[in-house]
Design a protein around this ligand. Structure first.
Ligand code: BGC
Length: 730
C-alpha cells in the first residue's frame, strides 16, 4: 500500500469514527423536495453544461450532465403509440427488432368515446409502453382544434370543441405521467392545418384564441399538470410559435404559472435571442439531416447552442434566462429519467390490446342505422362480402410522425372472418397508390376499373355487403405535412358505393378516417359506421360493433358538413383557409364547427355529438334547482334518462348553454357539460350537472359575463335536443 492510499484510508477511518459521513448531494437525494434538488444541481453546473441541455444531441434526445450523473432526455413520438427507434442523426429507422409497439386508437377515436375513464386507461397504457422503451417524453397528445376537414392531422387531435378536448386530455396526461414519462402536449398553438405550416402567420382574435384554441392546452397544463409542451411550426401575429412571447412567456409560463419545459417542434426554432427570451427551453430537429436537410451543421450550431453561449457571454441575454431554462429541464429530468419511484412499464401485452379494443369499441360512432340494419343477424346471411381496400390495409403505417411499427394489427377483414368464418368473401374494389412523400402515386385507371368490376361481380352473389373504405395515411389524406385536396372520398369509392347500393342489396358502410368526408350516397346507404384509425385491435373492435357484441356509444367529436363550403373556415375563402401562403385570417372567429352551423342555421350531414345506439333512450324533463343565478351561486340541472330499447347501452347526455341576451356575438349554444351513463335495458338514471357562472363567460379583454337570460339545451347530440329550460343571471 503506498503512502497516499494509507493516508486516505486513515482519514476515512477517522471520519467514520467521529461520525462524519460522506453526504449524498442534495440533487441525488430523492427524499428531498424536487425544487431543492433543482437548485442544488443548478449550482453545480457550468454555463456550457446548462446550454448543452437546451438543444438536441440527436434526432430524439437532448443532453443531461454526464459529469454529475444527470441523464439525457429521450423522446419518442407519440401520440398513438411509441414510434420505432430512429437513427441518432437522421430520420431513418434504426432497424431494431424489439421496438414493435401496440397501436392505440387515434385520438379522434378517444375523443369520440366522450368518456374520460377511457382517457385514463389510454394514458396509463401508452405510458407503460413508453416507460418500457425507456422514453422520458412521449410526444403527445395532440390538441389542435378541428377547424377544417381538410387538415391532414386532425386524426391526431381531439375534435372541434374546446370543452370536450379539455375534459378528455386531462386523464390522458395524468395516466401517462403516472409512469414517470412526460406528456408533450402539441402543437402549441394554432397549428390547424398542414399547408404552409412552417411559416403561415395565423391571425386570430384574442377572443377566439381564448374561447376556442387555448382552453384544452390550458387544461392539459393546469389541471393535467403536463410536464412538457411542444411549440408549433406556424407563426402567430408575426412571430413563430416557438419564439412567440405571447404564447410562451405571457400566457403559458406567466399567466398559467406552468413549470414545465417547452420543446420545439422539429425544426421549429428560428432565432437565438427571441426563443431564449420568449420562453423556449429545448430546441429539436434544427439541423443535421433533419427537416432542414443540413448535414454540415452540428448540434452545437443550433440556435440554442454556441450562438446562445456567445450571446450569454457577451451579456446580450441574462444568465437568469439560462438558469430558468436549465431549472425547468432539471425538474423534468427529476420527474422522469431520475424518478426512482416510477414503475417498470410493459410492452405489447394482452392488457394493452384489451385497452385498445375497449376504447375502440366505445369510440366507434353509429352514424346511421335505418330499419335496424345493424347489428348484423348472421343467421339471415349466407354470403357476406367485404369490399374495400381499408378492409385489409395496414393503417398504422404512414401519416407522418405518428406512424407506428406494430407487433399486431387486426384488419377489419380478419376481425370479420374470425366472427363469420367461411361466410366471408372479399373484394378490394379500388386501390390506393404507394406512399410517396410529397405527392400521390396514381393508380392506372384500368386497374381501378378491373377492381371495381370484380367487386360488382362478387356483390351479385352476396346477400350482405360490408364496404370498408374511407381515407388512409397517404400523402394528401390523413397525413402530416399535407392537407387533403378534396372533401370527397378518393380512388373512385363514391362511384363504387353508389353502384353497390343500386343493386338494392343489404349494405353496411364502415368509414375509416380521421376526418369528415362528403357523402353523396348517404341517403341510399342504410347503415354507416364511423370507425376512425383504431390501431392494433381495429378489426376486432369493428366486428364487435357490427355484430352487436358491443353496443355503439361513440359520439362525433366534430361536425360532418354536407359540403366543404358549409364549414366556417372555408366559407370565407382562401384568406381564411389555407391563407395566401404568408398569412391567414380566422374570419369565422369563435364560430368554429357546430357553433357556426347552429348560429348560421346550416344543417350538417352529421352533427357534433351525434351517435346512435342499438337501444333507445328517453329523456325526462330537465329540472333546475333555481331559475336565477348570481355571481356567487350555481344551479343544478337534473335529467332522468331511461333505456327504453331492447338491450343494455350507454348514452352521452350533453348539456349546452346559449346566451340569449348579450352585447357581443355568441354561438347559439356551447357544450358545457356531458356525462356518459351506462343503462341496463329498462333502467333509469338521473344525470346531474352543476352550472356555475364560469360556464356563462365569454372573453372580451378578460373573462366576462353579462346579466340576462340563458337557455339550457339537454340532448343526445348538438342537434337532437330533448329538453330546454331557461334561467336568468342577475
Ligand atoms: C411533428 C411532430 C413530431 C416531430 C418529431 C414533427 O414533424 O410535427 O408532431 O413530434 O416531428 O417526429
Amino acid at each position: 500500500m503506498n503512502t497516499k492510499r494509507l493516508l486516505l484510508n486513515l482519514t476515512l477511518m477517522l471520519l467514520t469514527l467521529t461520525g462524519v459521513k460522506a453526504q449524498t448531494p442534495i440533487y441525488l437525494d430523492d427524499t428531498k423536495p424536487i425544487e431543492e434538488r433543482v437548485k442544488d444541481a443548478l449550482s453545480r453546473m457550468t454555463t456550457e453544461e446548462k446550454v448543452a441541455m437546451c438543444h438536441a444531441q440527436s434526432k430524439f434526445s437532448s443532453a443531461g450532465v454526464p459529469r454529475l450523473g444527470i441523464p439525457e432526455i429521450k423522446m419518442s413520438d407519440g401520440p398513438h403509440g411509441v414510434r420505432a427507434e430512429v437513427n441518432w442523426n437522421d430520420w431513418g429507422y434504426a432497424g431494431w427488432t424489439n421496438d414493435s409497439c401496440t397501436a392505440f386508437p387515434a385520438l379522434t377515436c378517444l375523443a369520440a368515446t366522450w368518456n374520460p375513464e377511457m382517457s385514463m386507461l389510454y394514458g396509463k397504457a401508452i405510458g407503460e409502453e413508453a416507460r418500457y422503451r425507456e422514453k422520458n417524453i412521449l410526444l403527445g397528445p395532440g390538441l389542435n382544434i378541428y377547424r377544417t376537414p381538410l387538415n391532414g392531422r386532425n386524426f391526431e387531435y381531439m375534435g372541434e370543441d374546446p370543452y370536450l378536448a379539455s375534459v378528455m386530455v386531462v386523464p390522458y396526461v395524468k395516466g401517462l405521467q403516472s409512469n414517470g414519462v412526460a406528456a408533450c402536449v402539441k402543437h402549441y398553438a394554432l397549428n390547424n392545418q398542414e399547408v404552409c405550416r412552417g411559416w403561415i402567420d395565423v391571425n386570430v382574435s384574442d377572443r377566439a384564441l381564448r374561447e376556442i384554441y387555448l382552453p384544452a392546452f390550458k387544461a392539459a397544463a393546469v389541471e393535467g399538470g403536463a410536464w412538457s409542451f411542444m411549440g408549433s411550426y406556424n407563426k402567430f401575429r408575426g412571430e413563430h410559435a416557438c419564439n412567440n412571447k405571447i404564447l410562451l412567456r405571457d400566457i403559458l409560463k406567466d399567466e398559467w404559472q406552468w413549470d414545465g419545459v417547452v420543446v420545439t417542434d422539429w425544426g421549429g426554432c428560428h432565432d437565438t435571442y427571441k426563443s431564449a427570451m420568449n420562453g423556449l427551453d429545448i430546441e429539436m430537429g434544427t439541423y443535421t439531416n433533419g427537416l432542414t436537410s443540413e448535414t454540415k451543421f452540428t448540434y452545437d450550431d443550433y440556435y440554442l447552442g454556441n450562438m446562445y453561449l456567445q450571446q450569454l457571454k457577451e451579456g446580450k441575454i441574462p444568465m437568469s434566462v439560462l438558469d430558468e431554462q436549465a431549472s425547468r429541464i432539471l425538474r423534468l429530468i427529476f420527474r422522469t429519467a431520475m424518478n426512482r419511484q416510477k414503475p417498470f412499464g410493459r410492452f405489447t401485452c394482452q392488457e394493452h390490446y384489451d385497452v385498445c379494443r375497449q376504447i375502440a369499441g366505445e369510440g366507434i360512432v353509429l352514424l346511421k342505422n335505418d330499419n335496424n340494419t345493424l347489428p348484423i343477424d348472421a343467421s339471415k346471411y349466407n354470403k357476406i362480402l367485404v369490399v374495400g381496400e381499408n378492409g385489409i390495409k395496414n393503417l398504422t403505417a404512414g401519416g407522418g410522425s405518428s406512424e407506428l411499427k406494430v407487433k399486431r394489427e387486426v384488419s377489419p377483414l380478419q376481425g370479420l372472418k374470425a366472427l363469420y368464418g367461411s361466410k366471408i368473401d372479399y373484394a378490394q374494389g379500388y386501390k390506393s397508390g404507394r406512399f410517396i412523400y410529397g405527392r400521390e402515386d396514381v393508380v392506372p385507371q384500368d386497374v381501378q376499373e378491373r377492381l371495381h368490376d370484380e367487386a360488382m361481380q362478387k356483390a351479385k352473389d352476396a346477400d350482405l355487403i360490408i364496404f370498408v373504405g374511407g381515407l388512409n395515411k397517404n400523402f394528401h389524406q390523413d397525413c402530416e405535412d399535407s392537407d387533403r385536396t378534396t372533401y370527397g372520398l378518393p380512388f373512385g369509392q363514391d362511384k363504387l358505393i353508389s353502384d353497390i347500393v343500386a343493386m338494392k342489396k343489404q349494405v353496411v358502410l364502415v368509414l375509416i378516417s380521421g376526418n369528415a368526408v362528403e357523402m353523396p350516397w348517404v341517403k341510399q346507404v342504410p347503415a354507416i359506421l364511423q370507425a376512425w384509425y383504431l390501431g392494433s385491435e381495429s378489426g376486432n373492435a369493428i366486428a364487435d360493433v357490427l355484430s352487436g357484441k358491443v353496443n355503439p356509444s361513440g359520439k362525433l367529436p366534430f361536425t360532418f358538413p354536407v359540403k366543404l363550403e358549409d364549414n366556417a373556415a372555408h366559407h370565407f375563402g382562401k384568406i381564411s383557409y389555407p391563407g395566401d401562403s404568408i398569412r391567414q385570417e380566422y374570419l369565422e372567429d369563435i364560430l368554429v364547427g357546430y357553433r357556426w352551423h347552429d348560429t348560421k342555421k346550416i344543417v350538417p350531414q352529421f352533427a357534433f355529438g351525434h351517435g346512435l345506439s342499438y337501444t333507445t333512450f328517453k329523456y325526462g324533463k330537465p329540472t333546475l334547482s333555481a331559475k336565477t343565478m348570481t355571481a356567487n351561486s350555481f344551479i343544478t340541472v337534473c335529467i332522468p334518462v331511461t333505456n327504453t330499447g331492447n338491450c343494455d347501452g350507454k348514452e352521452v347526455v350533453q348539456l349546452y348553454i346559449g346566451d340569449d341576451q348579450c352585447s357581443v356575438v355568441r354561438p347559439q349554444k356551447e357544450l358545457k357539460h356531458f356525462e356518459k351513463v351506462a343503462l341496463k335495458q329498462g333502467e333509469t338514471k338521473t344525470v346531474t350537472f352543476t352550472i356555475t357562472p364560469e360556464d356563462l363567460q365569454f372573453y372580451d379583454n378578460g373573462w366576462k359575463t353579462e346579466q340576462g337570460r340563458f337557455t339550457i339545451y339537454v340532448g343526445s347530440s348538438s342537434r337532437d335536443i330533448r329538453g330546454k329550460e331557461t334561467f336568468v343571471l342577475n
